[in-house]
Design a protein around this ligand. Structure first.
Ligand code: ZN
Length: 510
């Protein structure tokens, strides 16, 4: 679209803002100039008032804000496609360390394009890096960002760092000392190779400067998880985030072993512990929080930190179910993420939204639950706020960026769906990525008629597959990860797991 051109984007129904009343309008649209929405309302009124020179839409479409994937890792191939079967997180991490490498650019591009094709226009990317290749840290991040830039998707990349407990959630020296002698040197090499905090903060500052003012890319801080980061590191991250005015995105309370780690390490809930060093704030978003306590939820609600549930990932990695209905009832901010581990292994954001809706339907009539509008808010405004982008994206209101998705509403309803249902229910009950017809990001048409304007997704996939090469059989990292896995699992098997009182009561043995 040329800068002054007025474009009308319209459909049978427009979901404007999950928080407004009503959250949708029939026979409506928005007018876009440049990268910004300048007006919204009924289609005929917009045509009369703005005389748009261009129109995108039709009566067959549902128009909605671009979805915001609040937690992702930029995977163009899933962990399963890379050779890892689903398992408990602590075991699965060892398996993904043995995946064959692939071209970083093509991998990220394929992942980003697949998100766009499912209606995602903004993503929070949690940037993992290989612990034994710290020298490629910046180059890898830049390559990933080039792929996101080419895909036209907005991204907040949370640069990963950990400074402890790489191999197990516990003292590395004790764990390594208990390994067979032949394995100790390799284990020590893995632990000692990882990027050091001083280097990390220098990399963050350089990347922040490089992308300052970029329309689609933002750099933020990514302590990879509470159990992997010392108090000193987290304190410095909180200070740096405030200094640069950027977000902090991390994994937290994902698995029962992380929950048990809290008591072993701190003698208390890690959320409470980190509140004592003023870590939590509206800048912080936490993926998972399956094992969040009531007391922890109160801290989150008070401090304005966001939880990003990833229900598919939590099923697949045997983590549990985040108590989102209770968290929202307690005033905790909540988004939604895919974690690259969707239930059908295909990164379908609408499918993830459906799962988030269903897993938060509890037995008993008056139990807390999510309705479809709650989930719509999580996947738009909630995740946008976690990305510190809620003044720019997450709704189709005047002044917001023109990140807009058109879905084939006629296909979603096919062959018949009762007119008593509101469009949000219809979207959340029946919508899939395959119903996404058109995606506009920052006013740019990137996907139309179910195809990319600039890419052939299958061709990108073929080139990605061609780049995958088998990890050398004598690769020290892969070989060490394979050898360590069973020792790490035995480490956890010796733990006394704490007695817990769940939020959700889903069945009964008596
Ligand atoms: Zn993750």
């Amino acid at each position: 679209m040329t800068p002054a051109e007025k474009t009308l984007i319209y459909g049978r129904c427009v979901i404007t803002d999950a928080r407004s009343d009503p959250p949708f309008l029939e026979n409506a649209g928005v007018v876009v100039v440049g990268d910004t929405i300048i007006a919204g309302g009924h289609t005929d009124a917009l045509r009369r008032r703005y005389a748009p020179s261009r129109e995108i839409g039709g009566d067959q479409f549902l128009v909605m804000p671009g979805m915001v994937n609040g937690h992702h890792h930029g995977r163009g191939l899933s962990a399963f496609q890379g050779g890892a079967c689903d398992d408990c997180l602590e075991a699965w991490i060892y398996d993904i360390w043995t995946e064959p490498p692939s071209d970083v650019y093509l991998n990220t591009l394929h992942g980003a394009l697949r998100l766009v094709a499912s209606g995602v226009t903004t993503v929070i990317h949690s940037h993992y890096h290989s612990p034994v290749e710290p020298q490629t840290y910046v180059e890898t991040a830049q390559t990933m960002l080039r792929a996101y830039e080419d895909a036209r998707i907005r991204v907040r990349i949370a640069l990963g760092i950990k400074d402890r407990n790489l191999l197990v959630h516990g003292d590395q020296d004790i764990f390594i000392a208990g390994l067979p002698q032949a394995l100790q040197d390799d284990a020590r090499w893995m632990v000692d190779s990882d990027i050091k905090p001083e280097t990390y903060f220098a990399h963050f500052a350089a990347l922040y400067e490089q992308y300052a003012g970029h329309s689609h890319i933002g750099i933020c801080l990514g302590p990879e998880g509470i159990q992997w980061c010392s108090d000193g590191l987290l304190r410095r991250i909180a200070e740096t985030a405030a200094e640069y005015n950027v977000g902090i995105h991390l994994h937290a309370l994902e698995s029962p072993y992380q929950n048990a780690f809290d008591q072993r390490e701190y003698g208390e809930d890690s959320v409470i512990h980190l509140d004592k060093i003023d870590f939590w704030s509206p800048r912080v978003s936490c993926a998972h929080a399956v094992w969040m306590s009531e007391e922890g939820a109160r801290v989150f609600a008070h401090r304005g930190a966001t939880v990003i549930p990833n229900p598919s990932s939590n099923f697949r990695l045997r983590s549990g179910i985040a108590p989102v209905a209770y968290l929202r009832q307690m005033g905790v901010r909540v988004g939604l993420g895919l974690d690259g581990t969707g239930i059908n292994d295909d990164d379908d954001m609408l499918q993830e939204a459906r799962l988030a809706h269903l897993v938060n339907q509890l037995p008993l009539l008056d139990a807390p639950r999510l309705d479809t509008r709650d989930v719509l808010e999580m996947m738009t405004y909630g995740s946008a706020r976690a990305a510190l982008l809620d003044d720019a994206v997450g709704s189709l209101s005047e002044g917001r960026k023109a990140d807009i998705v058109l879905l084939r509403f006629d296909e979603i309803c096919f062959p018949y769906t009762h007119p008593r249902h509101n469009p949000i229910d219809i979207l959340l009950y029946r919508g899939r990525a395959r119903h996404v017809d058109t995606v506009i990001i920052g006013g740019d048409l990137v996907y139309a008629n179910g195809r990319f304007i600039n890419y052939d997704l299958r061709e990108i996939g073929r080139r990605l597959a061609a780049s995958v090469r088998t990890m050398e059989p004598d690769s020290r990292f892969s070989r060490t990860a394979k050898a360590l896995k069973e020792h790490a699992m035995n480490f956890y098997r010796q733990w006394d797991m704490p007695h817990t009182d769940p939020f959700y009561h889903l069945n009964s043995s008596v």
